[in-house]
Design a protein around this ligand. Structure first.
Ligand code: 1CP
Length: 353
């Protein structure tokens, strides 16, 4: 299982990029930075091309998805593109009745709650992923030596939407199911693991140079439940892409107590939200992996001197880790002034790696 010789990671385009060097624990030529949700509503050029086109529809139009992926790279000089798509796209492509409702998020026509519901989930075929492969190929042809990061939702975060049928705060539905009906839980998370794994694999094979597993809501779990009921499915998702040679990143929010367990599903990089300083995260992980994070998105609205001091602190704390890729502790808030993001990138690039 390897990437083709003409893949950007194999043909010399991205292997020595600052992003991939830092992920691999080597010294990069400059401090790499990208932002979760760097594509999206904070950019006027995004709002313009999305006019009148639904969210999921825009993800499945290869030229549009590619253009949206490239917009923040052009504008901010970030060190990576993150593929414009969504964690529920594999559900949509499998034929699950799901949509993204503006101002709400993913909503399913019928929530998935019983053994029969799970048994009737359609399988995601490789053929249905063609628009994803096409969008990735168009994108990497334009990105040159800037790596593209592929991503997928982790099984717990996907299952959280599938069981509740919509976004929720406490994720009570999935947390009940894992104990009340462990067999259905296992079947559901296995299904989600395979759907996400195939989605991520399609992106890596088509040209993405790294892959990030988003377990955004894992922080609602204690360590015991995470380890017993969730981590095995996350490992199963990544089994689809191990051995390709592309660095793998694992991110969640509210996961300060789970960092070691998240590393142990088998990744090269752990993403840290804004709650824990990176030197402390590195101490908890024993200096075993590179870190990604963790500018507090709330500070993007603060006066520049306050934001600058915070960014410098993040860089200092991140120096403790074997490798550090700067990011936010969660996604770019939609109200963010994009000029602030560009200025943050300039600041980070001005500091010695
Ligand atoms: O119409 C719009 O513009 C809707 C907003 C939007 C966008 C821009 C949604 C709906 N998804 C996306 C794109 C997206 N989603 C990306 C791509 C680009 C980038 O980062 O620049 C990525 C990586 C995701 C992944 C995603 N979707 C996650 C994991 C990351 C995270 O932010 O925690 C999650 C939890 C989702 C679900 C989702 N999709 C959309 C929304 C608003 C949500 C969250 C809903 C909730 O609060 O539960």
């Amino acid at each position: 299982m390897t990437l083709s010789a003409s893949h950007p990671l194999m043909d010399g385009r991205t292997a020595d990029s600052p992003l991939i060097a830092a992920y691999r624990g080597k010294t990069p030529s400059r401090r790499p930075v990208w932002f979760m949700r760097q594509a999206g509503r904070s950019l006027p050029e995004y709002r313009k091309v999305r006019e009148g086109i639904g969210m999921l529809e825009s993800c499945l139009l290869p030229e549009l998805a590619s253009e949206i992926t490239l917009q923040p790279v052009r504008r901010h000089d970030v060190d990576a593109g993150i593929f414009f798509s969504d964690i529920v796209i594999p559900l949509k492509l499998a034929g699950v009745d799901v949509d993204i409702v503006p101002g709400v998020g993913p909503v399913l026509g019928t929530p998935v709650r019983t053994a029969a519901d799970v048994a009737s989930l359609p399988e995601l075929t490789d053929e249905s992923l063609a628009p994803i492969r096409e969008a990735v190929a168009l994108t990497v042809a334009q990105l040159g030596s800037t790596p593209l990061i592929g991503f997928a939702g982790a099984p717990f975060t996907l299952a959280a939407y599938m069981v509740e049928g919509k976004p929720s705060r406490d994720h009570l539905g999935p947390r009940t199911m894992m104990h009340a009906d462990p067999e259905t839980w296992q079947a559901l998370t296995d299904w989600a693991a395979d759907a996400s794994g195939k989605f991520l694999r399609a992106q890596l094979e088509a040209g993405a140079s790294a892959g990030q597993l988003f377990d955004s809501w894992a922080g609602s779990l204690g360590l015991a439940d995470y380890t017993a009921k969730v981590a095995p499915a996350s490992a199963r998702a990544l089994d689809h892409v191990r051995g390709l040679g592309a660095p793998l990143i694992h991110f969640g929010t509210g996961t300060s107590e789970l960092l070691g367990a998240m590393r142990d599903v088998g990744v090269d990089v752990v993403g840290v939200d804004y709650r824990l300083p990176l030197d402390e995260a590195n101490r908890r992980l024993g200096g075993t992996v590179a870190l990604q994070g963790n500018i507090d998105p709330a500070l993007l609205e603060a006066p520049w001197p306050v934001l600058e001091a915070h960014v410098r602190q993040v860089l200092e704390a991140g120096s403790a880790a074997p490798g550090h890729v700067v990011n936010l502790g969660h996604g770019v808030p939609p109200e963010t002034n994009p000029e602030v993001l560009t200025r943050v990138v300039e600041l980070i690039h001005s500091v010695e790696p």
